[in-house]
Design a protein. Sequence first.
Length: 150
Amino acid sequence: IGNSRKVAANEPNSRLNEPQVAPAPGRNAQPAQGENSGPITDLAALLNMNQEELVNHPAQLSGAKVLQKLGSNAFFIGSGGSQRLLVVPQQGAQASTVKPGDTVDVSGTIKKLPGEHDAMKQWNLSSADADMLRDMHVYLEASEIKVGRK
């Protein structure tokens, strides 16, 4: 009898709590992400996650290999092929000295990649450069870029 009473007491509680818990992740997703989970620090994990869910999430990537430059200021980091992330410096963050083969520490925010034409305008890219963004969904808007040459 004691057991059945406990179960009965718990049942209404869990039912009451469910509606409050269910909408919360959607409504509070932005603030909760920032407070509870720190920045993404693993580039490989970032590239293998559902990138659409990472938009507006902070990232701090250290020891990332520069694969190639894109336009005058942007560059790709990663291990190559589809395992790469575009890094676009914010106003004031300098990347003109970054060269392929460099190792960089970058921190900033994951943003949704604009369409090809917008990207060409925003970042002064050629159409060949913009073609390289075709299969990508997000980029890192870097507030800080540190080059650590070997």
